[in-house]
Design a protein around this ligand. Structure first.
Ligand SMILES: [Zn+2]
Length: 464
């Protein structure tokens, strides 16, 4: 008896599939079928062409198909509008730049400007194959941002900017904490993470020293209760350990463990300046670590000298990659991370190509609690796909597809992207956003934000 054909919306036939399944199957002359928002068949082209009847067929020959990539840490507003603005006076310290320039620029944004910024960030991510991101905790006008993101079709976990720490003794600490906790509770109620929601809110904290213990505990309790993740910056450099040691006599992760907020649903970004006792806490708690190599290298974190990411992987810590908004291209983050630690350790065997690809797909999917939905090309998973064009000089003949994608493929070689089975990119162009209009809006919004701050553009060279 022959089986009746399987109905599908789309069949991509003839591509090389990097499935990222448990056996890491690479399927040459493969095919993949999707129906609605799910993958319904994965296998060899010949078999699927027999078994599947699809409304649309795409010739996948010459393309590599991968799961969508994950950017574990990105500031989607502020930066996209103003990244070119020359910030800081010549003798400003890093902290001066942050307090007098970076934060005022962020806070000068209107809801509409933040909406435009978020769309710009989403479009840039999609162009490089990122289909899921974790926002970094610096969104001010959450509703406008969520509205803008919904139009782009990207998958993301976003949180409003929350600052619940009284640094000035005249401030009421209890009141500040209560206000911060109310923001967390409200956003999670408005944007619940259930039913396979593409966009939802997580209790994302700016981190460092910006929140009280009460806010940390509330964020963790919300994550425990609703099956979410807490994410926060911590210890990019020595400032955080120094602050925690001065205030609590404990290093940051020791303190977070003391107050009961470490756990598998906690994802901490940077963690350059941690010591071995904190590595122990990280490994035992199951918390994830997000490495943003662009930020580490440009920011002079000393990651190559002091970072413990190779040890984290050895200890089974879930490691994610992030761009921190300094690049849209998560593939280059993976390459940089590998290069950074290979050079620092004098070891060309650490962070092999397979690991680079895992850190962009299945590792973050697991850390985000989404391993049953994203991160691999398997039946039943969300149809979040990237089609890479190999008819490009950087590819050449294919002998080892995963290694070539991880190390030498042009990051801009992404041809098409689907999220939830919806094609968002075709031949490198958005199918859902008017790119020319968006870029015109981005330029106008960026100039308006800067003008509102009154800050001077201190370019290094005189502009005539
Ligand atoms: Zn960040």
């Amino acid at each position: 008896m022959t089986q009746p054909p399987m109905a599908a919306d789309l069949l991509i036939a003839g591509a090389t599939l990097l499935t990222m399944n448990a056996d890491r199957h690479v399927i040459e002359d493969g095919a993949l079928a999707i129906r609605d928002d799910r993958i319904v068949a994965v296998g060899k082209r010949e078999a699927l062409e027999r078994e599947v009847t699809a409304r649309q067929i795409i010739d996948g020959r010459g393309f590599v198909l991968t799961p969508g990539f994950v950017d574990g840490h990105i500031h989607i507003t502020g930066d996209p509008l103003t990244r070119g603005f020359a910030r800081g006076a010549p003798d400003d310290s890093w902290n001066d730049k942050l307090q007098k320039w970076v934060i005022p620029i962020f806070k000068a944004q209107t809801p509409e400007e933040e909406r435009i910024a978020a769309q710009c960030a989403a479009l840039a991510m999609i162009r490089y194959g990122t289909t899921t991101f974790i926002e970094a905790g610096t969104v001010i006008h959450l509703d406008a941002v969520m509205d803008g993101l919904a139009e782009t079709g990207i998958r993301g976990r976003v949180g409003a900017w929350v600052e619940g720490r009284a640094f000035d003794p005249s401030q009421d600490q209890a009141q500040l904490s209560a206000k911060a906790i109310a923001i967390l509770e409200s956003e999670i109620e408005r944007y619940p993470d259930k039913g396979g929601a593409r966009l939802s809110a997580w209790p994302i904290l700016v981190g460092h020293s910006t929140n009280s213990d009460d806010v940390w505990r509330a964020a963790k309790a919300l994550a425990d209760d609703k099956g979410l993740r807490v994410s926060a910056h911590m210890s990019p450099r020595a400032g955080d350990p120094e602050w925690f040691l001065a205030k609590y006599g404990r290093r940051p992760l020791e303190h977070l463990a003391d107050i009961g907020v470490m756990g598998a649903n906690v994802l901490l970004t940077h963690l350059a300046a941690i010591d071995h006792s904190e590595l122990d806490i990280l490994a035992k708690s199951g918390a994830g670590a997000i490495h943003c190599p662009h930020a580490a290298m440009q920011g002079g974190f000393g990651m190559a000298k002091i970072g413990l990411y190779p040890e984290m992987l050895e200890r089974g810590v879930n490691v994610l990659l992030g761009t921190d908004g300094l690049a849209a291209d998560i593939l280059s983050s993976g390459r940089l991370m590998a290069s950074l630690f290979r050079d620092a350790r004098g070891d060309q065997d650490i962070f092999p190509p397979a690991t680079i690809l895992e850190l962009m797909t299945i590792s973050p999917a697991r850390a985000m609690g989404m391993a049953d939905a994203i991160g691999s090309l398997e039946v039943g998973m969300k149809a979040d796909l990237v089609m890479h064009d190999t008819n490009l000089p950087e590819w050449g003949p294919i002998f080892d597809c995963p290694a070539q994608l991880a190390l030498s493929a042009p990051p801009g070689g992404v041809h098409s992207v689907w999220v939830d089975g919806v094609r968002l990119l075709d031949a490198g162009r958005s199918t859902v956003i008017d790119e020319e209009q968006l870029m015109a809006d981005v330029r106008a919004a960026g100039r308006a934000v800067i003008a509102r701050t009154g800050l001077p553009n201190r370019t290094a060279w005189p502009v005539l």
